[in-house]
Design a protein around this ligand. Structure first.
Ligand code: BG6
Ligand code: MG
Length: 218
């Protein structure tokens, strides 16, 4: 099936923000007396703010009242926003802008992110205007690995799932794309993202032709 739509995750795919999420969650967890590892952090990638906090509480065996829960989410987001305050186009991951520029026009381009900060981040890195459709954490009520975010993105592009390719750095995101019936290119380590149809370590030197070639047999 021909590829007509490209759906991009944001954090860790287009923008170097995954490390800031990690840092802010680490600080929040520490304030609750919980520590977690880089390995556990892989499980937080792609997961909504609320579901991430639930996972951390679970790891620490902690229960919080509704009020303390929403206070904790707000504190994490405040720290995260402080960390990305000075974000500029330099924080777009290497090659991501060039890839998007060369794909524009040939494919419909959509964002499929769990982040509620997605729109303002795309604005800061000056990528917002390239997108034909945006789906973020404000549009969904089910976290990846649920396919909702990508299904909605394909719908907004007016394309069938089989015509779409997803770019993802999170295990949960790769699973969500597969559950949506889409092809998926993992951005990161092949051993972590082994469920993806192909894995790249970033967009440097990677273009739409290479994408078509890598997915030809899939
Ligand atoms: C995802 C990130 O893109 O967005 C997660 O991978 C993050 O780490 C989630 O928790 C929600 O982001 P935000 O900006 O709404 O807190
Ligand atoms: Mg991501």
């Amino acid at each position: 099936m021909a590829i007509r739509g490209l759906i991009f995750d944001l954090d860790g795919v287009l923008v170097d923000s995954a490390r800031y999420h990690f840092e802010a969650w680490k600080k929040l967890a520490a304030s609750l007396g919980i520590d977690f590892t880089l390995e556990q952090n892989e499980e937080l990638k792609g997961i909504s703010r609320a579901d991430s906090l639930k996972k951390i509480m679970n790891w620490g065996g902690l229960e919080l009242s509704d009020q303390a829960f929403s206070d904790a989410m707000e504190r994490k987001n405040t720290w995260y926003l402080e960390l990305i305050q000075g974000m500029s186009p330099k924080e777009a991951l290497p090659g991501s802008r060039a890839f998007i520029e060369s794909a524009k026009g040939t494919y419909g381009l959509a964002l499929g992110s769990a982040s509620r900060n997605a729109r303002s981040i795309l604005q800061r890195v000056e990528l917002l205007s390239f997108f034909d459709a945006l789906v973020d954490g404000n549009d969904t009520n089910r976290s990846k690995p649920d396919p909702q975010v990508f299904q909605l993105a394909a719908e907004r592009l007016g394309q069938k799932p089989e015509e779409c390719v997803v770019f993802e750095d999170a295990v949960a995101g790769v699973q969500a794309a597969k559950a949506a019936g889409m092809r998926v290119i993992g951005v990161g380590a092949p051993d972590v993202l082994h469920q993806a149809d192909a894995v790249i370590d970033g967009f440097s030197g990677f273009g739409p032709k290479e994408m078509e070639r890598r997915l030809m047999a899939v």
